[in-house]
Design a protein around this ligand. Sequence first.
Ligand code: 5GP
Length: 217
Amino acid sequence: MHRRGLLIILSSPSGAGKTTLSRDLMAWDPSLKFSVSATTRAPRKGETDGVEYHFKSRSDFVSMIDNGEMLEHAKVFDYFYGTPKAPVVAAMAEGRDTLFDIDWQGGQQIRNSTLGKDVVSIFILPPSIAELEARLRSRGQDSDETIKARMAKCMDEITHWAEYDYVIVNRNIDEAAAELKTILSAERSRRDRQPGLIEFVRNLNHEFEARMTGVTQ
Ligand code: 5GP
């Protein structure tokens, strides 16, 4: 009997290193499934439809909501973002853990859904606001105006830190990545997440009794 998959939610303001950390975690454990969100924003340079996001028109996105295909959805920076439900349900049934790179609104919706007990949520904080801005500028993906909008939003996101199970301050990417792996390993070892344990311990007991009987005869 395998356990149900975990829903690992990573949130942070843009530029705190969440994308790098999720890539690192996926490389460390290829059995993890990354939840590819749908969005109405345009692809950035280097992004491929179906890999980073499913890029949708506004009307297609709204149809997905109306058809009940979204596990959660939210408006972020004037665009819609949402998590398609079917791949998540399939991964959970297979006992595979799913990684979500979503904002606090999505985190809240999944945590408050019927899947809430399978959620492990982690918030990534930047070491300082200056560092956050420097990281946004250095990735060279966004216009000055977009960077300003993202900076204006960063404190909004940060105010939700206390809703998360774990918080990592990303002062150093290698240390933050190691912390993330430790969290995942510990969560997987929780007694209530190992449904085969009762059977395993029962077998240990049988083995013990068989040996003790052998020893005393
Ligand atoms: P970006 O445009 O930089 O890729 O993402 C902007 C923000 O939207 C990030 O904070 C990201 O985590 C969040 N986001 C991405 N996908 C989803 C989603 O499916 N649902 C929600 N609620 N937020 C998302």
